[in-house]
Design a binder for this molecule. Structure first.
Ligand code: HEC
Ligand code: HEC
Length: 210
């Protein structure tokens, strides 16, 4: 008898949670791990703020990808590979995020990938400044920081859109060389998501992306 009461209670709680505060929302189109949804896929979300948050969660599949976070560490050392292991050979960010004298990033990293040696490359290769660190942050925190001119390199939202859609260092995420996994979708699709996020009010998700 006790067991029955308990399981009824559990079922009731589960139903209440599934009902959720967010109200009903059309299911999103299924996509593979290498695909990105387009802004159109979110058109069915009527509430603009909710649509904006959902768009950012989708863009977050790129932001939280190893190709991006490896260069946006929370410490002084870049990460590498899919496992976010620390950079080997050991290097540090140095005074201006370009390495230290004799061990500058560009003493190894050129402006394009080097196939023979596996060394990845793109123009202006350097570590993202500490205030742009993404490792260990929730998507909501990354979102707030992207909008904060004190922590985003003084960029307006229009400049953030521009950066995500066209920056050559960001572009490397889809052409990473060797056996590295590219970020999902294309840079153009990613830029379009960020643009649609801004157009819908640049609202930040509260929870972590799923
Ligand atoms: C080789 C290192 C490197 C890689 C890889 C890299 N970034 Fe960055 N990122 C930087 C540097 C350096 C800056 C700061 C310079 C600037 O703003 O132009 C930056 C700044 C940014 C900014 C601007 C502001 C902010 O608040 O962070 C965004 C957005 C960004 N990167 C997105 C990305 C995305 C998306 C990827 C992956 C597809 C990526 N980055 C991969 C080094 C990198
Ligand atoms: C002594 C040479 C050398 C120096 C100096 C160097 N790197 Fe690297 N870096 C490499 C090599 C080699 C790899 C590739 C490792 C692999 O994947 O096998 C690499 C990989 C990376 C990756 C990982 C890409 C990924 O997603 O797996 C990042 C990010 C990176 N370096 C950033 C930097 C930054 C930023 C600096 C300067 C602070 C720097 N590196 C300095 C040799 C160097």
């Amino acid at each position: 008898m006790k067991g029955l009461v308990l399981s009824t209670l559990v079922a009731a709680v589960a139903a209440a949670c599934a009902g959720g505060a967010g109200g009903s929302r059309p299911p999103l189109r299924e996509v593979g791990p290498n695909e990105l949804r387009s802004p159109n896929d979110f058109a069915g979300i009527e509430d603009e703020a909710e649509r904006s948050r959902a768009l950012f969660v989708e863009a977050g599949r790129v932001l939280k990808h190893a190709r991006c976070v490896n260069c946006h560490p929370a410490g002084d050392v870049p990460h590498q590979r899919e496992s976010l292991e620390l950079h080997d050979p050991p290097v540090v960010r140095g005074p201006d995020d370009h390495g230290v004298v004799g061990m500058e990033c560009t003493s190894c990293h050129q402006d394009k990938n080097q196939w023979q040696t596996r060394v990845p490359g793109a123009p202006k290769w350097a570590l993202a400044p500490l205030e742009m660190a993404w490792v260990g942050k929730s998507l909501g925190q990354i979102c707030e920081q992207l909008k904060d001119t004190k922590r985003n390199g003084g960029k307006t939202l229009a400049e953030i859109v521009q950066h995500t859609a066209h920056d050559p260092l960001v572009a490397w995420g889809w052409d990473p060389g060797a056996d590295r996994q590219p970020a999902p979708g294309t840079q153009a699709q990613f830029g379009a998501l960020v643009e649609a996020w801004v157009a819908a009010g640049a609202h930040c998700p509260e929870e972590e992306a799923r």
